[in-house]
Design a protein around this ligand. Structure first.
Ligand code: ZN
Length: 147
């Protein structure tokens, strides 16, 4: 009986040793996996920091571009404002959004009122059927139409 017990003990201890070796291998593999995962994690975090700095730079670029566009928009607004002022000066109408009805009246007047340019334009009609574009003389006709 003793021999069998010793044999069983030996067998079980061998099994335990084998299991320990397996466990060691497993732990080694797990450590390798952890190392791989750590390096992967490091790589991903590096990528993330690189891409985030890229995006930060891009956002800064876009912010600067937006500032440029705002500046250009202000310049264009000023140009439009100046253009409006010059147009309102030419038509002698004070264009303000509050007096829209009087502005319409002014526009109608300027439309119905004969322009000073038309008085100096030849009143004759050309052979094409359109009005002569030459400047008139004292009788309202150009030199070609007997002015
Ligand atoms: Zn003419």
């Amino acid at each position: 009986m003793k021999k069998i017990v010793v044999f069983i003990l030996l067998l079980s201890s061998f099994n335990v040793n084998a299991q320990k070796a397996d466990v060691r291998v497993d732990i080694f593999d797990l450590k390798e996996d952890v190392k791989k995962l750590q390096s992967e994690n490091q790589r991903l975090s590096n990528d993330l920091s690189i891409s985030s700095t890229k995006y930060e730079n891009r956002i800064l670029d876009l912010g600067a571009k937006i500032e440029d566009l705002k500046f250009e928009l202000n310049v264009l607004k000023r140009i439009v404002e100046q253009y409006r002022n010059s147009v309102s000066d030419n038509s002698n109408s004070t264009s303000s959004p509050k007096t829209s009805t009087t502005e319409e009246n002014v526009v109608e007047k300027t439309v119905t009122k004969p322009k000073p340019q038309s008085s100096s334009q030849c009143s004759a009609t050309t052979q094409k059927g359109t009005r002569c574009s030459r400047s008139s003389r004292s009788n309202g006709l150009c030199w070609q139409h007997g002015g």
